[in-house]
Design a protein around this ligand. Structure first.
Ligand code: ATP
Length: 247
């Protein structure tokens, strides 16, 4: 296997509640330093794929029943979510999930629970504030009183506090105004190019995902139906017709 591949998902099947087959053999690869988009409509299986990678299916009564998942060539299906964070795989959940009663800064610090060096935590916090100046301004505000965009930024910032090598980002655009979506995506791009953070993002907004990613996979009913460099997908007639709303 090409050693620039950080994450290799190989033919995974996922079943919920012992009976509902949701992923029917999904394979994908993420190269070091890239942004890879996982696209597709409602219920296609994007969130399930991310949850399978970060081993968060058990809480949903789901399980990977076939296939394998490798991080830099090492099988990770049996690692706990905490082990995965320790190894640099950090998920930002759909719907942001900030702790409403904590301040922005307290929320960010919860992301640093695997880091034991105070200097590293302080440096990461500074870095987050550098990339998200809005969070610095709002550092003392309770998350409940911040905007949806600020909460999304806080959720990404919290992931960065764990010094990740790959961030699994679920629906970053969900519920945000177009201008804020643009702001969030451009920060993701900056983090990718300047800090070399690798991203696998699940996104229904195909247009936005293709503009900011290097490579894309399109899922339909639990299967990858198309994949390729983002620029090729963006100019593909079928993608334009079915996913970009232009015929
Ligand atoms: P969305 O954008 O709506 O989140 P998605 O592509 O992320 O869609 P998933 O959330 O992965 O899709 O859902 C894939 C399928 O699995 C859907 O049919 C959904 O109803 C089903 N599903 C998701 N979670 C569960 C669960 N806990 N139990 C049973 N079925 C589930």
């Amino acid at each position: 296997m090409d050693n620039s591949v950080v994450l290799n998902v190989n033919g995974i099947e996922v079943i919920y509640n012992h009976v509902i087959l949701v992923l029917k053999g999904v394979s994908l690869q993420v190269r070091e330093g890239s942004i890879v988009a996982l696209m597709g409509g409602n219920g296609a299986g994007k969130t399930t794929t991310l949850r399978a990678i970060s081993n968060l299916l058990a809480g949903e009564r789901g399980a990977v029943t076939k296939g394998s998942i490798e991080l830099r060539g090492e099988r990770i299906e049996n690692l706990t979510p905490a082990d995965l964070v320790q190894r640099g795989v950090v998920q930002v959940m759909e719907g942001r999930h900030c702790f409403a009663h904590l301040t922005i800064e307290e929320n960010l610090l919860t992301g640093a629970y695997t880091r034991h060096s105070r200097a590293e935590v302080a440096a990461n916090l500074e870095k987050v504030y550098n990339y998200f100046p809005r969070l610095k301004t709002r550092r003392g505000s309770q998350a409940a009183y911040t905007s949806g965009g600020e909460q999304q930024m806080c959720a990404i910032g919290r992931a960065l506090m764990a010094s990740p090598s790959i961030v699994l980002l679920d629906e970053p655009s969900m519920g945000l105004a177009p201008q804020i979506v643009e702001e969030v995506f451009s920060i993701v791009k900056d983090l990718n190019s300047r800090e070399r953070v690798t991203f696998l993002l699940a996104e229904q907004n195909t247009n936005m995902a293709l503009r900011y990613s290097d490579y894309g996979y399109i899922l339909e009913s639990g299967r990858v139906v198309m994949d390729g460099p983002a620029a090729d997908l963006a100019s593909n007639e079928d993608v334009k017709e079915f996913y970009l709303g232009v015929g």
